[in-house]
Design a protein around this ligand. Structure first.
Ligand SMILES: *[C@@H]1O[C@H](CO)[C@@H](O)[C@H](O)[C@H]1NC(C)=O
Ligand SMILES: *[C@@H]1O[C@H](CO)[C@@H](O)[C@H](O)[C@H]1NC(C)=O
Ligand SMILES: [Zn+2]
Ligand SMILES: [Zn+2]
Length: 445
């Protein structure tokens, strides 16, 4: 949906609820919300230390997608501590919290909760206590920052002209937790959703994003190419799946280089090749696996279909059979992450006034995937990168590295941005919409 379309839609939704605001309709600004102080509030030890403690607890106990039981329990304990009501369970381990009037407008802010299957190689006091699992994508920090925002907003609840919806979602890393949250219907009346992701090479105190496609749509495939095994020295009695698979892989590379528009960025990568166990034996079969990425739904589906055709066709050239599996059960396709243009302007204005306009950077799209895309299919959404790089410290490692580290000094920036984006959205939304509809609908209701 375009920006103007959703404004119209919200306009309609809003009209239904107008009487709720009639008592406060005389004031169109909300001067009570100290939005320009949110960063100082978040840096206050009462919020900052609280977030750091939460983040370290979650870091020590990483849990995989849809298994974030203790993380979810910790989140609920903190929400209880703050007196914030919530829905649970949503999408297995998800938690949806509410701050404000309980009435429209609704604006959502989101954190993902899951960890990765990898061994932490950073030696520090709060290293992962679970062998083979690690918060290497910063989702521990995302949870802490969303709770930090909740703490700030809860203090100012009586001044919020609407409702902030806190979305703690499971399973971002391939599990499509965002899709399950959307399917659960909890975002039905929500007008906009904001998310962030920590970034190792954006400066601390800075943010980066763009309007339109930011992250690619991504999918995975696995193919079994079957021939007939035999002695390596007597190939005429075998059907060699190694040579067939090799040609399959080369042909897959021609989809992007020869069929795609060079200005429509796409990727096909084969990252897995399993076949044979001996130097002198032709195996029965080879299994290959890979990923494909694109920034539009059309290009993405074109890649999907051509990958299947190329694998089966090229296998047939070599007298082999092939089956292609897109693994939709375990690794659902992520749509491209496309930032709403109207929210981009809104974000630049909010982040600019919080951080300074020179700290709000435009960035190039990235081929990585983000399941935030599922929210954006359902409602206007905006996601941005939050800087962690401290130029005077050693460089940080990229996400999904076993050496990945969070610069905890970034936590207040994330919390303040979440809180400002949500609070100002409610205020501006009310200011824009209420005066227009007031005369028109007041009498009828
Ligand atoms: C959305 O709003 C409608 C009324 O307009 C209400 O009946 C429904 O319960 C709301 N849904 C959610 C998920 O808040
Ligand atoms: C391919 O499948 C066909 C039909 O099932 C079968 O007859 C043939 O033997 C298979 N070829 C190989 C190399 O597995
Ligand atoms: Zn990740
Ligand atoms: Zn992540």
């Amino acid at each position: 949906m375009g920006f103007s379309k959703w404004v119209n839609l919200l306009f309609i939704i809003f009209n239904c609820f107008l009487p709720i605001f009639s008592d406060s309709s005389s004031s169109t600004s909300n001067d009570n919300l100290p939005i320009n102080k949110f960063l100082d509030l978040a840096k206050n030890p009462q919020v900052f230390d609280w977030m750091v403690d939460i983040r370290r607890k979650i870091h020590e106990n990483p849990e995989m997608g849809y298994e974030e039981f203790e993380t979810s329990e910790l989140i609920r304990a903190k929400l209880d501590e703050l007196g914030i009501p919530y829905k649970h369970p949503v999408a297995v381990t998800g938690v949806i919290g509410y701050i404000g009037t309980g009435l429209p407008p609704f604006v959502a802010i989101r954190a993902d909760m899951d960890a990765l299957l990898m061994e932490e190689l950073v030696e520090w006091e709060h290293k992962s206590k679970v062998p083979g699992k690690m918060h290497a994508c910063g989702h521990d920090a995302h949870v802490a920052m969303l709770l930090g925002a909740a703490k700030i907003l809860k203090e100012l609840e009586k001044d919020l002209p609407g409702t902030v919806v806190l979305v703690f979602q499971p399973a971002e890393e391939g599990g499509g937790g965002a899709k399950k949250i959307v399917d659960a219907g909890v975002l039905k009346n929500v007008s906009a959703i904001f998310g962030l992701h920590v970034n190792h090479d954006t400066s601390l105190g800075a943010v980066a994003s763009r309007s339109g496609p930011l992250f690619a749509g991504s999918g995975f495939f696995e193919a079994i190419i079957s021939g007939k095994g035999g002695h390596a020295a007597i190939p005429q009695h075998a059907i060699d799946p190694i040579v067939a698979a090799s040609n399959v892989i080369v042909s897959l590379q021609h989809i992007v280089s020869r069929e795609a528009d060079p200005l429509d960025t796409q990727v096909v990568t084969v990252g897995n090749f399993q076949g044979g166990g001996a130097f002198n034996v032709i195996p029965d079969s080879v299994t290959i696996g890979g990923t494909f990425r694109a920034f539009s739904h059309e290009s993405f589906m074109h890649l999907r279909n051509r990958i299947e055709q190329v694998i089966t066709g090229q296998a047939a050239v070599h007298r082999c059979n092939a089956t292609v599996n897109f693994l939709q059960e375990e690794k659902i396709f992520f749509p491209p992450t496309i930032n709403d243009a109207g929210l981009h302007d809104y974000f630049r204005s909010v982040a600019g006034s919080l951080l300074g306009v020179d700290k709000v950077n435009d960035m190039q799209p990235v081929m990585g995937g983000e399941d935030f895309a599922f929210y954006q299919q359902a409602l206007p959404g905006y996601i941005f990168l939050l800087g962690m790089r401290n130029p005077s410290a050693e460089p940080l490692h990229i996400v999904h590295s076993p050496y990945f580290k969070i610069n905890e000094d970034a936590l207040p920036y994330g919390a303040a941005l979440h809180a400002s984006l949500a609070a100002r959205y409610l205020v501006e939304f009310r200011q824009e919409e209420v005066p227009v509809v007031e005369g028109k609908y007041h009498d009828e209701l």
